[in-house]
Design a protein around this ligand. Structure first.
Ligand SMILES: [Zn+2]
Length: 375
């Protein structure tokens, strides 16, 4: 069947999320529906898995969002973070962000789960760890399933002596212990894509997005830790806390080296990764490499998107965008049809249902206990 596809979606990667930039109309051959939203048949197959998107940032108590989650039989993990670069009011004030995120979680009536955080820019406060843990534990008591640390640890946050703090700095150790003691999960988005640490490379899938924010272009920060330093410190946290489950956001920031990612899975049994905002890197892998890789590590890969829903966003436009993103990812992972994924014409992987069930559901509930067991 000859079809026409108009695409435009968020690249993801918090702080770099583009507004939808429509690609040119591209004709592709496909045996599947070309609509951006789910067809009825696709929706049935997707919803049957009781899918979980383990990586979202939703801060608007939007009935249209909740209705979509119910219609798709979808659960989300709603992640908080502090970002002083983006100048987004939601990410500048943790008290407000907590309120808004809990508002989404309760408004969703069971569809959304809370992921807490702490403000790393308070790290030089005298009682930093104690105060952070006190707030974190209130969230855990209310049902938060995880805590996220963000890439500003390693790339921005500095200690009293002006040195960059790495994820394994002893100041954070009591927090990691607290997460493990509560049986919760650490979601670690540390380090950026390799693109950000290397000389400008227009061929990189995320080049244009990351280059928009020169403040976080690590290649130009000569006194900052390298990506390898930051990931080594993250790995050190896993070694020091063997009972702590860690989900490395965005393929664990190893999107440019699947060999390294596989070695990490082999070395760290407490590590899984989410696919959020790195599908661009999956779709450019040769299928005869990617299928065996996913098959081998089917218990360590967890679906996520990095979709955003801010206060003030048009809820119907946002919901349309979210559903289109889910449908596009689904077509790539679950079908063998041809599709255009952010400019790449690719054939879907056609993963078997047992693996899809792990990526979309089983691994989420296993690595993030507290997400309601369903199916
Ligand atoms: Zn994110």
């Amino acid at each position: 069947m000859k079809g026409v596809l108009l695409l435009g979606m968020c690249l993801g990667g918090v702080g770099y999320c583009q507004t939808a930039t429509p690609l040119p109309l591209i004709s592709v051959n496909s045996q599947h529906s070309i609509s951006q939203r789910f067809s009825d048949q696709e929706l049935r197959a997707f919803a049957a898995l009781a899918p979980v998107d383990t990586h979202t940032h939703a801060y608007q108590n939007a009935p249209a969002l909740f209705a979509m989650l119910k219609r798709l039989n979808l659960h989300i993990v709603d992640i908080t973070l502090i970002d002083d670069q983006e100048k987004n009011p939601e990410w500048m004030d943790l008290a407000k962000e907590r309120r808004d995120t809990w508002g989404v979680v309760s408004g969703s009536k069971g569809s959304a789960f809370f992921c807490t955080t702490f403000d790393p820019f308070r790290v030089n406060d005298p009682n930093f760890s104690r105060d952070a843990i006190s707030e974190i534990n209130k969230d855990f008591d209310r049902g938060a399933v995880a805590l996220k640390i963000w890439k500003n640890i390693g790339e921005e946050v500095k200690g009293v002596n002006g040195q960059y703090l790495l994820p394994d700095d002893p100041i954070f150790a009591p927090i990691y212990r607290d997460i493990a003691e509560h049986g919760k999960t650490l979601i670690a988005h540390v380090a950026d894509p390799t693109t950000v640490f290397e000389a400008p490379n227009p061929a990189a899938p995320d080049y244009s997005s990351y280059m928009k924010n020169p403040g976080l272009y690590m290649y130009r920060k000569h006194d900052a830790p390298s990506k390898a330093d930051i990931l080594r410190a993250r790995d050190h946290v896993m070694e020091q806390n063997p009972t702590l489950r860690v989900i490395g956001a965005h393929l664990g920031s190893m999107e440019a080296d699947f060999g390294e990612l596989g070695e990490h899975f082999d070395r760290y049994p407490n590590l899984a990764v989410d696919l959020a905002a790195r599908m661009d890197y999956l779709v450019i892998q040769p299928k005869d490499f990617l299928l065996p890789f996913i098959t081998k590590y089917q218990d360590r890969l967890i679906y996520g998107t990095d979709l955003e829903f801010f206060q003030g966003d048009d809820e119907h436009e946002r919901v349309e965008r979210w559903e289109s993103a889910y449908a596009l990812d689904w077509r790539f992972l679950a079908t063998t049809g041809w599709l255009v994924y952010r400019g790449h014409i690719v054939q879907g992987l056609g993963l078997p249902t047992p693996i899809l069930r792990k990526l979309y559901h089983d691994n989420a509930v296993k690595w993030l206990p507290g997400i309601e067991q369903r199916n």
